[in-house]
Design a protein around this ligand. Structure first.
Ligand code: NI
Length: 153
């Protein structure tokens, strides 16, 4: 499996997982291998060419956790700006502004509903990966001021 770098493909919206079957387990296994090889902080299914709502997040304790059909229930009004990279857009770092705290809901690999609060880098990675499921890339989140600076550089 290769990392998908075609922006047109990556800008598509992914479809919900209807049934957690063998194909989902296999996909998550393969995605886990890739995230370990690439030392990635997270990975979304479209990045391996599959338009399904599945993401993996490597948490600050180094656990790699899969989320199926993830959603954000609440976002803090407090935001911060941190430089992010993306395995699908090599050699580009982008300052991205995101809420610092989020409450999320998802299915785990057993199909059970999980709800939890995330903060800081964990929340940021989750949001970055969830963006992928909606066809949004970090280069789409560049603040206008940075775009202008880039043009006049
Ligand atoms: Ni990414």
């Amino acid at each position: 499996m290769e990392i998908q770098k075609n922006l047109k493909f990556l800008r598509q919206k992914s479809k919900p997982v209807k049934e957690i079957d063998r194909s989902v387990y296999d996909l998550i296994d393969q995605m886990t291998d890739i995230i370990e090889q690439e030392l990635g902080a997270g990975l979304a299914a479209p990045q391996v060419g599959i338009l399904k709502r599945i993401i993996l997040v490597r948490f600050s304790n180094n656990d790699i956790v899969p989320f199926i059909n993830p959603v954000i229930l609440k976002r803090s009004s407090e935001k911060d700006i941190v430089e992010e990279g993306c395995l699908s857009i090599p050699d580009q770092l982008v300052n991205v502004k995101r809420p610092v705290y989020i409450r999320i809901r998802s299915l785990d690999i057993e199909g059970d509903i999980i709800e939890c609060d995330l903060e800081g880098l964990d929340a940021r990675i989750f949001q970055h990966e969830l963006d992928h499921l909606n066809g949004i890339l970090i280069i789409d989140r560049v603040p206008l001021i940075d775009k202008i600076k880039r043009i006049f550089k």
